[in-house]
Design a protein around this ligand. Structure first.
Ligand SMILES: C[C@@H](N)C(=O)N[C@H](C)C(=O)O
Ligand SMILES: [Zn+2]
Length: 204
């Protein structure tokens, strides 16, 4: 299904892009589907989608693929995260995703944003996986692990995981994306077309 303007449906533009859209289902840090993700599809603005297509083209040459966790994020999803911060803590999810933090501090510490770059439509959360089985490269932490182990300059992860992170940075920055210091998986297009707009169109 074609995405509404100004978005491009990534499965249509990049058919071999692997999609594991964590906020559509419950396999995420809040343990539930997130508001605004009504179908397992991912949207980006045209220039961000084209840049992602180029990055995928680079990796294909090595039998590797990008695996996408999130792209455009409606503002109502961010509002869901904000409400979740004021609900009782689930110890099992805390142990997996933010073991050393109180969930109410995730915004102040920079791991969540009340006005997320994702809502501007040119930001992605992603990793690298094999093209055959979709096995993810070891990046040292799980996606959405909120702690210093996910920072770009963390040196307590294995040399292989550091090399894998560097490969992801190299492929993404070569195509115009800027990495985010606190989260190895998060990249924003440098010349994004809507730097001041937070969209709230549900992904349906
Ligand atoms: C929640 C995480 N995947 C993320 O995208 N964090 C950044 C800081 C954001 O919320 O914009
Ligand atoms: Zn992100």
């Amino acid at each position: 299904m074609t995405a509404p303007s100004p978005f491009v449906d990534l499965a249509e533009l990049i058919p071999d892009l692997q999609l594991d859209l964590r906020y559509y289902g419950s396999d995420n840090f809040i343990g539930a589907p997130v508001d605004g993700y009504e179908t397992h599809r991912a949207w980006l603005t045209e220039p961000a989608a084209q840049a992602l297509a180029r990055a995928q083209r680079q990796l294909r040459r090595f039998d590797l693929s990008l695996k996408l966790f999130d792209a455009y994020r409606p503002q109502r999803a961010v509002d869901h995260f904000i409400r979740w911060c004021d609900t009782p803590c689930d110890p099992a999810l805390k142990a997996l995703y933010y073991p050393s933090l109180d969930k109410r501090d995730l915004f102040g510490e920079g791991y969540l944003n009340r006005r997320s770059t994702h809502s501007r439509g040119s930001t992605v959360d992603l990793t690298i996986a094999s093209t055959d089985a979709g096995t993810e490269l070891d990046m040292g932490t799980r996606f959405d692990f909120f702690g210093p182990e996910s920072w770009l300059d963390c040196d307590s992860i294995s040399p292989q995981a550091r090399a894998n992170r560097l490969l992801l940075q190299k492929v993404m920055t070569a195509e115009g994306f800027i990495p985010f210091h606190h989260e190895w998986w998060h990249f924003t297009l440098r010349d994004e077309p809507f730097p001041d707009t937070c969209f709230d169109i549900p992904i349906a």
